[in-house]
Design a protein around this ligand. Sequence first.
Ligand SMILES: Nc1ncnc2c1ncn2[C@@H]1O[C@H](COP(=O)(O)OP(=O)(O)O)[C@@H](O)[C@H]1O
Ligand SMILES: [Mg+2]
Length: 243
Amino acid sequence: MAAGEQLLKVQGVETYYGNIRALAGIDVEVKKGEIVSLIGANGAGKSTLMMTICGSPQARTGSIIFDGQDITRLPTHEIARLRIAQSPEGRRIFPRMTVLENLQMGAGLDNLKYFNEDVEKIFTMFPRLKERQSQRGGTLSGGEQQMLSIGRALMARPKLLLLDEPSLGLAPLIVKGIFEAIKVLNEKEGLTVFLVEQNAFAALKLSHRAYVLVNGKVTMSGSGKELLANPEVRAAYLEGGRH
Ligand SMILES: Nc1ncnc2c1ncn2[C@@H]1O[C@H](COP(=O)(O)OP(=O)(O)O)[C@@H](O)[C@H]1O
Ligand SMILES: [Mg+2]
């Protein structure tokens, strides 16, 4: 789909853990209606960027502009209120709450009037969640927990959906289903998605644009297609992977 105006602009961002610099000056941009992915090896700083966008940890230098507003120094709850929703690495659903309760936790107070409508939408997208709506989150399979984590993020009616490694630990067929759901959300509803993935092949295939992250720095960027065809990307992230 045609990309619109700028939604997220990360500029010169450095993030530290104590004295360790995990992000070494990151420039990344996401436009409204885009799916943009950030690929890179384990430890490259992908999750750190995602968490920095959400305000914890905060960027030490640089700026993060979301929807025209400087959010670099905002506390996480205020950033969430601007409708940036995250499905974090490892899903982090509430294991003792039911599927439906987990979805309730994702809905902002402002969105309660849409609750039934939004739950139905998520159940249509992921019928397995409907079947298991009264089951506790902790009893779901990995793929179902991922669906729930995405569903919970969607309950916030996000302007920007951040997904950290949705494919982690899942069988290829399940990954395919989840990525298909993301694609449909983007195409049908214009949802803007920023995706972090070690599974470069699936991410690049899905994305309009992508960035390659190495040791806290962006080393390459381009359209998903360009990067899929790029010999360096292929050698580093795709050889021996799923083609
Ligand atoms: N809480 C933390 N404290 C100290 N170092 C961390 C912490 N989280 C991540 N790191 C370090 O920051 C770097 C980037 O990590 P991370 O963002 O998790 O990478 P990725 O998500 O790409 O695997 C790594 O070297 C990692 O060891
Ligand atoms: Mg990570």
